[in-house]
Design a protein around this ligand. Structure first.
Ligand code: DGL
Length: 290
C-alpha cells in the first residue's frame, strides 16, 4: 500500500472514531417512548436504538447485574460508533449511570458521554405540581434506589415525593398484554397503593419508560385532578439543550436523519412490536452483547 493511501486510511479511521449516531439504550421496548420524542425534537441526528430484550426486564434485577448489563450495552454502542449514549431506562439510570460516568468512562473513552433520564425528569417537577406532593411509579429497582427522591430533594427540598414499584407492568408491556383486560387489575392495584401513601399527590411521574404504553389504563384508574407525567418530551428538550450547551459533543454526532434498531432477542418480534410503538415500519437487526 502506498504512503498516500495509508495516510488516507489513518485519517478515515480517526474520523470514524470521532463522530457517530446518538445511542439510545433500554432493557427492551420502553426506550422507544423516549426515542420517539428525541427524534421529533432532533430529527436531523442519526440514532442507534438498542433494546436488550433477551435479558429484560431489568427492574427486578440486582444492582450488580443491572450495572454489568448496562456497561456491556454502553460498550457495544461505543463500538458501534456512538459518541453519546442516552440510557433511556430509569432502572439503568438509577443503578448504573453514576458508576459508568465516574469509573468506567475514563477507561472506555473519556471524550464520550453517557446521560440518564432521571435528572431531566426531576428538573421539571416543581413546575408541574401545585400541592408539592408528587408520586413516582417505577420498577422495583428504580423505586428501591430512591434516586428520584434524592434528585428531587436536591433540586426542590420543599417537595414531598413518594414512590411505588409496579413489578407487573413491564412484563405486561414486553409481552404485548398491556391493552388487555387482565392488565387493569395490576394498574389499579399500584395506583391505589401509591395514593394510600400520600393522598395529597397531584402529579405522578411515570418513572419507567415502558409505562407510557399503559397510559390510557393509568389515566382511567387515577383521579382526574392528578397529572400523569410521561418523560419523553422533557428528556428530549433537555437533550436539545445539552447539545446546544456542549458544541464539542454536538459536533461528534452525525446528522443524516438515519435511525437503526438493534435487539438482543428476535428481530422479527422487535420489528412487529417496535413498529406498533412508533407507528412506523422499522427494520431491526439482532445482535449479541457483550
Ligand atoms: N424501561 C425501563 C425503565 O425505565 C426498565 C424496564 C425493565 O426492564 O424492568 O426502568
Amino acid at each position: 500500500m502506498n504512503i498516500t493511501l495509508s495516510f488516507f486510511y489513518i485519517c478515515m479511521k480517526q474520523l470514524s472514531t470521532k463522530a457517530g449516531p446518538i445511542g439510545i439504550f433500554d432493557s427492551g421496548y420502553g426506550g422507544l417512548t423516549i426515542f420517539e420524542y428525541i427524534r421529533k425534537e432532533l430529527p436531523q441526528y442519526d440514532y442507534i436504538y438498542l433494546g436488550d430484550n433477551a435479558r429484560a426486564p431489568y427492574g427486578s434485577r440486582s444492582f450488580e447485574i443491572v450495572y454489568e448489563f448496562t456497561l456491556q450495552a454502553v460498550t457495544k454502542l461505543f463500538e458501534m460508533g456512538c459518541q453519546l449514549v442516552i440510557l433511556a431506562c430509569n432502572t439503568a439510570s438509577a443503578k448504573a449511570l453514576r458508576s459508568i460516568q465516574q469509573n468506567d468512562l475514563q477507561n472506555l473513552d473519556p471524550s464520550r458521554r453517557v446521560l440518564g433520564i432521571i435528572r431531566p425528569t426531576a428538573e421539571i417537577i416543581d413546575e408541574l405540581t401545585t400541592s408539592k406532593h408528587v408520586g413516582i411509579l417505577g420498577t422495583a429497582g428504580t423505586i428501591q434506589s430512591k434516586t428520584y427522591e434524592m434528585e428531587i430533594a436536591k433540586l426542590f427540598p420543599h417537595i414531598i415525593a413518594s414512590g411505588q414499584s409496579c413489578p407487573m407492568w413491564v412484563p405486561l408491556v414486553e409481552n404485548n398484554e398491556y391493552n388487555d383486560a387482565g392488565a387493569d387489575f395490576f394498574v389499579k392495584k399500584y395506583i391505589d397503593s401509591l395514593l394510600l401513601k400520600d393522598s395529597s399527590i397531584d402529579s405522578i411521574i411515570l418513572g419507567c419508560t415502558h409505562y407510557p404504553l399503559l397510559y390510557n389504563k393509568i389515566r382511567e384508574y387515577t383521579p382526574e385532578h392528578i397529572k400523569i407525567i410521561p418523560q419523553g418530551t422533557y428528556v428530549a428538550s433537555s437533550l436539545k439543550d445539552y447539545l446546544q450547551r456542549h458544541p464539542e459533543i454536538d459536533i461528534k454526532c452525525t446528522k443524516n436523519g438515519v435511525s437503526k434498531f438493534f435487539t438482543t432477542e428476535s428481530h422479527e418480534k422487535f420489528q412487529e412490536i417496535g413498529s406498533m410503538f412508533l407507528n412506523q415500519q422499522i427494520e431491526v437487526e439482532q445482535i449479541t452483547i457483550p
